[in-house]
Design a protein around this ligand. Structure first.
Ligand code: THU
Length: 172
């Protein structure tokens, strides 16, 4: 396990004009290394992959969100014959969480992906649109939303949305 804790974007000031951004995250080798809360959330995301409706891509994604009341809500990708009408697992879960629990902050989201009932070895990373929606709910609640990307052989944890979406667009 790496020792890079407390994910935070660090701007490295190289010269007066040229900057670099450093992103910190934690890597785990297995679900057993996670805290019990994170393990529970990762397992819920894995379970949610089985409820994915993905007859076109056959790529099954599950997402599980921990709310500030301790409750876990989950979602999976839902595809459609008119392709753009489908929705990613992450947004399905977040929109469900917000629609059913509008007053509760989303403190953490776990994401898992599998094919033919087998969890991928490496984590699947969320698309840009899902990252933007995560950013919206993080801003709305004013509390960091951690992100747990769950693979069978590798798990990545980011402590807030900024770490996977630098220079977040925020018009509020
Ligand atoms: N998908 C997700 O559910 N989440 C992601 O972060 C990336 C992609 C879904 C959309 C589509 O149903 C399938 O995976 C293939 O792109």
């Amino acid at each position: 396990m790496s020792t890079l804790h407390r994910a935070k974007i660090t701007i490295i000031d190289c010269t007066m004009n040229d900057k670099e951004i450093k992103i910190a995250y934690t890597e785990y080798d297995s679900i057993q290394q996670l805290s019990s809360q994170d393990r529970e959330l990762a397992e819920a995301a894995i379970k949610a992959t089985s409820r994915s409706y993905a007859p076109y891509s056959r790529f099954n994604v599950g997402a599980a969100i921990r709310l500030d009341n301790g409750e876990i809500v989950s979602g999976s990708n839902q595809e459609n014959a008119a392709y753009p009408s489908g929705l990613c697992a992450e947004r399905t879960a977040m929109f469900y969480a917000s629609a059913s629990h509008p007053e509760n902050a989303m403190l953490s989201i776990a994401i898992a992906a599998g094919q033919n009932g087998v969890l991928l070895d490496s984590p699947a990373t969320p698309c840009g649109a899902c990252r933007q929606v995560m950013a919206e709910y993080q801003t709305k609640s004013g509390r960091p939303m951690s992100i747990l990307l769950v693979g069978a052989k590798k798990i990545w944890k980011f402590s807030k949305v900024d770490d996977i979406l630098p220079f977040i667009f925020d018009s509020l």
